[in-house]
Design a protein around this ligand. Sequence first.
Ligand code: CTP
Length: 432
Amino acid sequence: SQRPRHVRKMLREILGKKNFSYLEAASELALSRRQSVYLVGGIVRDLILRTPNFDIDLVVEGDAQPFANALAEQLAGRLRFHERFKTGVIILPDGLRIDVASSRNEYYESPGALPSVTVGSIKRDLYRRDFSINAMAVSLNTFELLDFFGGVQDIRDRKVRVLHNLSFIEDPTRMFRAVRFEQRYEFDIGDQTLKLLRRARDLDLLQHISSQRIYDELRHMLNEEYPSRHIARLFELDLLRSLHSSMGFDRKTLELVSSMEDLLVVSDFLRMEDLRRDVLYLAILLRSLKPEQIIDIPLLQELSRRDRQLIALGFSRSAELLQCIHSEGKLWRKLRLVSQYENDIILLAMVRSNSQQRSWHFLRDYLRSYANTLPILRGDELIKMGVPEGPAVADALCMLQAYIVRRGNNRPDRDEEELFVQRIVMPCLTRR
Ligand code: CTP
């Protein structure tokens, strides 16, 4: 059931107690200001799906600015408001963002007409949205669920459905969004919607859309948990080539992408939260292009130079890394070698080797523990002990690191490290 009491309870569940208290504050403010305020967009969809979501999007009927100001003040947050778009974002002390927008059609109406069209205008706001599942709202005045376009039913039927025939033409990026929601929730794009999508695709509308907006959608897809599904579906719908003419999806690519997915599932156990997943996947998808071709792709111009270089060179650099480790026998030399590569390249190298190979295990262990196994002695202390300045210091540190790794749980203390430097490292360095 979607009775207000039930809606409240579900919201508390998917948002958690603290985030829900912000919503309650917004609700009380709406009541005391006698202003209609709605929770809209993806969070309402995820409420019905009972999936956690922390993107609080509010639509305020009338001018959103005074409401946003008051809410920011009450929650001790910072408000940034764009006058021109009449939208703002409140950043709370704990980092949570609350987006606040004025209902979209408000400025077309005379102010006097507003109170009597309250429901009408939120309905029109919702009607401009992409799919029925994303076009529901919860009134924060009453905690009623507003579902004008059959969103709940479509969630039950597991359907992605546009609200009208011109939806993809008005906003061609929705073609990607349709695939994203379909694959994320394992829904189906509805028959009629699929027809409209194909028709819009054949009109070549994307050429009029900024690369930034298209890349935003692509990034969202590549940041999903299983991008291989999304890419396969784009390929099937012949949308992949609209991103770049040489983007295909053959068996080898599927294998590489899936193996990257597997790796990234465990990436927090590898302690690598700051990975750019989109960049890693693009390095795989575009691996057959020459670096200079990649650097010039318009779609990628929004990315930083570093990211573009990683996409352009990542795959070949990972091959080089594998090759070098393979031909290197000594642990400390391997450590010295890998330390010169970024984590992204190491992951790409793992993806292109496989878990039957020794180098794969070495790289995994490197990311998982060796990289964080640092000697107690620092470079300047080694120099004081007689290690010559320059590259020899890094060599010595890697020898020490290899020594610590080999000792496993029996980690050497400072004295033992010093002893190791005097007895093993120094003679080894002077012999060269
Ligand atoms: N929206 C739309 N058309 C677009 C982009 C967005 O109609 N091209 C609307 C949808 O109602 C969507 C809302 O704006 O729910 C918020 O957009 P966004 O944050 O991109 O999507 P979410 O639905 O929140 O998706 P996600 O769960 O991936 O954050």
